[in-house]
Design a protein around this ligand. Sequence first.
Ligand code: NAD
Length: 278
Amino acid sequence: MNFQLEQNPQITLNDGNTIPQLGLGVYKVGQDIGVELVKTALDLGYRRIDTASIYDNEIEVGGGIRQSGIAREEIFVTTKIWNDRQGYHDALEAIDEGLARLNIGYVDMLLIHWPVPRQNKFVDTWRAFEETVATGRVRSIGVSNFHPQHIEQLVEHAQILPSINQVEMHPALQQTEVRVANEKYGIKTEAWSPLGRGMFSENPVITEIAKNHGKTAAQTVLRWHIQLGNLVIPKSSNPVRLAENIDVFDFSLSADEMEQIKTLDSGHRIGPNPETFG
Ligand code: NAD
């Protein structure tokens, strides 16, 4: 069964564009497997790929899309600008380079990868993003790892609001403040490391809920994200897990189960702190 095409909801962003709620993240996907992995995922029904210049696999992502035989307009592609390319002129150059590596005509979503408050360049970077939207080579723009004060600083100078904020989020880091701040501007929260890189596989709360539904721990965590309204981009390079991770649209968690997962929030971060990183 092709779950993505049949059931993966299309979410409308604050700029009017739509995005499939669940996609594939390709962090740490090597160049040796990138093309085949993207083709396999698209074949399984994924219609969204999340890459970044720092992942060093934009060429392979673009290659997999071109070879897939699926129309470009059916696939949503996100890429990101790395910290050392922030600032107006550098960002314009970095955007051109990313577009050339992907070689798929346009990018659906472009993100500022980290705010890097110390270098304080994200407002200038955003100006370059806005100009690129006007050229049609980028359809939507957003941010990643932004805390509420970074969003406020950006919005104060922005002509276009960020459409998404991609942040680390999983049951151990539920990001309540960030989600509330995003909602204020209609910004969709997107969860990176949505599975906590596998940390809930044996969690008793998660595995008990999973058992109730005949699903795996990973599917239960992904379903929790879907019901919260998050955009979500689990990563796997294993075809069985790829199929499993997109098979989350035929069951729902009860309000009580959602509450149980809420209690797992411990503020535990896997990745760096956006205040100091970069
Ligand atoms: P993830 O939570 O998606 O975990 C991936 C790992 O979980 C896999 O490597 C595998 O070990 C395990 N896994 C996957 N499917 C499973 C299954 N069905 N059963 C059991 N285990 C399973 O973590 P991630 O890769 O860090 O995050 C996902 C994506 O988010 C990345 O690929 C990338 O696109 C994005 N990301 C963005 C940022 C950012 O700063 N914006 C940072 C990190 C990741």
